[in-house]
Design a protein around this ligand. Structure first.
Ligand SMILES: Nc1ncnc2c1ncn2[C@@H]1O[C@H](COP(=O)(O)OP(=O)(O)O)[C@@H](O)[C@H]1O
Ligand SMILES: [Mg+2]
Length: 226
């Protein structure tokens, strides 16, 4: 089977800073669920930004989707349809007058009809148990509600791969459990950056650790000792 996404020989440094990634490799297969753990500052968020084409230039390396290197703006537009990114800070992801407007924005932007987009937006809001928040402005939501709202906006675009940056932060127990249930049952590839090992144990099958600029696959889950 061909990987859905490959990161090959990635080298990257923020300008004027030491090398953050040193020949980093990552392969994600369709429907595979993995996590990336690593200390604060290891580069988890930066890796997601690079995959989404939001940071550059790369000193070396390739981002490859469905076997094809991402080179042009058109490639990048295609990648952003296939790959949904939940930002670490949901405040950066919600910018409309109401949560519903934010969730329907993606489907409309993708060219769905008004009716189809409307249906899609309600479907994900219900799945995440936040339909009663639909008409609130994002600033009136709690941290955990904002995170679920931002996730709804990502899921409404029906990506094949989800990059989730610390998705369980700030969730109450009920939302935390509901999110585990959703991510376990969703038929998509998922990469989760998180410190919440208890959460990860319920969702992912493979564990990677980001340290010293590389990803290492862990043969054993770190479990609850962390
Ligand atoms: N815009 C930036 N300019 C310079 N350095 C940055 C920038 N963003 C992050 N960094 C640095 O890059 C490193 C990796 O950060 P980040 O990707 O946020 O790590 P993580 O998500 O694993 O905590 C950190 O040392 C951080 O301070
Ligand atoms: Mg981070």
């Amino acid at each position: 089977m061909m990987p859905l996404l490959q990161v090959e020989n990635l080298c990257f440094a923020y300008p004027g800073n030491p090398m953050l990634f040193k020949d980093l490799h990552l392969e994600i297969f369709p429907k595979e669920k993995v996590c990336i753990i690593g200390k604060n500052g290891a580069g988890k968020t930066t890796l997601f930004y690079i995959i989404m084409g939001l940071l550059g230039p790369l000193l070396k390396g390739k981002i490859i989707l469905e076997g094809k290197e991402i080179r042009t703006k058109k490639d990048l537009r295609y990648l952003r349809r296939k790959v949904g990114f939940l930002l670490q800070d949901p405040e950066d992801q919600l910018f409309c007058p109401t949560l519903f407007d934010d969730v329907i924005f993606g489907p409309l932007n993708m060219g769905l009809s008004k009716d189809e987009a409307f249906e899609k937006a309600w479907q994900v809001l219900k799945m995440l148990n936040i339909e009663d928040l639909a008409h609130k402005p994002p600033y009136a939501l709690s941290g955990g509600q904002k995170r679920l709202g931002a996730l709804a906006a990502v899921l409404a675009m029906d990506p094949e791969l989800l990059l989730l940056d610390e998705p369980s932060n700030g969730l109450d127990e009920e939302a935390w459990k509901n999110l585990i249930f959703i991510l376990r049952n969703i038929d998509k590839a998922i990469v989760i950056a998180s410190h919440d090992t208890n959460f990860l144990e319920h969702v992912v099958s493979h564990w990677y650790e980001l340290s010293s600029g590389k990803l290492k696959i862990l043969s054993k889950t770190p479990g609850r000792i962390l």
